[in-house]
Design a protein around this ligand. Structure first.
Ligand code: PPE
Length: 313
């Protein structure tokens, strides 16, 4: 990760290296933080943040589930992210908002600790490797089960959920796979360690419903919207594991992973073993929108207006 100049903390910009917390902050022992991942894309008219409002809403939703009081509104946090990209003078980047419970009281009961809000950004390339978007990735089904309902809430993007994701991801990595697909506690397909999943069969997109322990992905929603507009049917339905082995095409979606084709699952080839035609069409529609090549017909892009050149005497 290459540092950028500034990080936003509780309403003001600080230097990258100053964004530090005390080791006894509540979050370190108990995982009490919620976060987001947002991408800012380079377009012809400058950088533009993809679905900023929706990401900021999910951030505040996650905080609400965990009873974290946030002293900033959705609009203030959205505006601050625009400012963040502007002051760091990046053309494209990944934005990581974090809300955490800070330093003060020890013990599981988190009340009384200050809420610390940070917004950071940096340049982040392709999540599952440079070749992944065109070639597809090889994945397995994890032996770890996704977080179960009424244990850790899956709709909240909380740091603790990623302990489960790390187990899934490490196992996949050590076994030589790019990523793994986790099943939910009933054995249905849930999601990747950091991606939602779409399974295509007979021209129709299937994705697990929110009840299958998935994060309500913003890319997931964007892809469903784009597909429906292309007259590709989309259904949210519980997906049995074996559907993965007989699918025509499968792909992951996520802010970091974007739209990544899956070419094999547990060493069983998916379709033709390469990016399928529907995946390719959907990828193209997605990248055309985020790059500003096609019209922003859903209002998904928030432009970051570049800082004016300083006036010299
Ligand atoms: N499921 C999980 C568990 C998840 O972490 C993500 C995002 C998604 C689905 C897709 O959601 P969305 O980004 O709104 O489409 N994972 C983020 C974290 C990546 C990381 O390694 O950190 C991301 O893609 O930014």
């Amino acid at each position: 990760m290459t540092p950028t100049e500034k990080i936003w903390h509780n309403g003001r910009f600080i230097a990258w290296d100053e964004a530090k917390i005390h080791v006894l902050s509540h979050v370190v022992s108990y995982g009490s933080s919620v976060f987001e991942g947002v991408r800012c894309y380079e377009t012809q008219s400058g950088p533009a943040i993809f679905r900023l409002k929706e990401h900021t809403r999910r951030l505040l939703d996650s905080a609400k589930v965990y009873r974290i009081d946030v002293p900033f509104t959705r609009d203030e946090l959205a505006q601050a992210q625009v400012e963040l990209v502007r002051v760091n003078q990046l053309r494209s980047c990944y934005i990581r908002p974090i809300i955490l419970r800070g330093y003060g009281n020890m013990g599981v009961l988190p009340f009384g600790n200050p809420t610390e809000v940070y917004l950071a950004c940096w340049e982040w390339g392709k999540y599952l490797g440079d070749e992944a978007l065109a070639q597809g990735v090889d994945v397995c089904v994890s032996s770890w089960t996704r977080i179960a309902p009424n244990t850790l809430p899956a709709l909240a993007k909380a740091a603790g959920n990623y302990m489960n994701s790390q187990l899934i991801r490490m196992q996949a990595h050590l076994d030589g796979y790019a990523e793994a697909i986790a099943l939910d506690d009933t054995g249905r397909v849930s999601e990747g360690s950091g991606e939602n999943i779409f399974v295509i069969r007979d021209g129709k997109l299937h994705t697990p419903p929110l009840g299958s322990s998935v994060l309500p992905g913003i890319t997931r929603d964007s892809i469903a919207t784009l597909a429906r507009d292309m007259d590709i049917p989309v259904v949210e339905t519980p997906i049995p594991r074996e559907m993965l082995y007989i699918a025509d095409e499968i792909f992951f979606t996520g802010t970091a992973a974007e739209v990544t084709p899956i070419r094999s699952v547990d060493k069983i080839q998916v379709g033709s073993g390469r990016r399928g035609p529907i995946t390719e069409r959907i990828q193209k529609a997605f990248f055309d929108i985020v790059s500003g090549r096609s019209e922003d017909r859903y209002g998904w892009l928030t432009p970051v207006v570049a800082a004016p050149e300083p006036v010299r005497a």
